[in-house]
Design a protein. Structure first.
Length: 89
């Protein structure tokens, strides 16, 4: 009986820790972007969407207690700075 109680406690503790570890989406998105940048990934987008919503890309994280997910999509990221204009003769 004690063994069964000990197993129950050990199974319950990780579930509680996981529930408390819910991160805000922007914080998790920043962490994921930092990891991708460190690996040298250049063209990508990360989007935060509702858990139920279908979106293009691969799920790379969940946040806000599992209510939202972060989607990774390869391809050209939106331009951060405008391209320089050609000089006129």
């Amino acid at each position: 009986m004690r063994l069964l109680a000990a197993i129950g406690v050990l199974l319950f503790v990780p579930a509680c820790a996981h529930a408390q570890a819910a991160k805000p989406c922007e914080e998790l998105k920043t962490e994921i972007a930092a990891k991708l940048d460190a690996k040298g990934v250049k063209s990508y987008t990360l989007d935060i969407v509702d858990k139920d919503k279908d979106a293009e890309g691969k799920v790379v994280g969940t946040c806000e207690g599992g209510t939202k997910k972060i989607m990774y999509k390869r391809g050209a990221a939106p331009a951060e700075t405008p391209a320089p204009e050609a000089s006129k003769p």
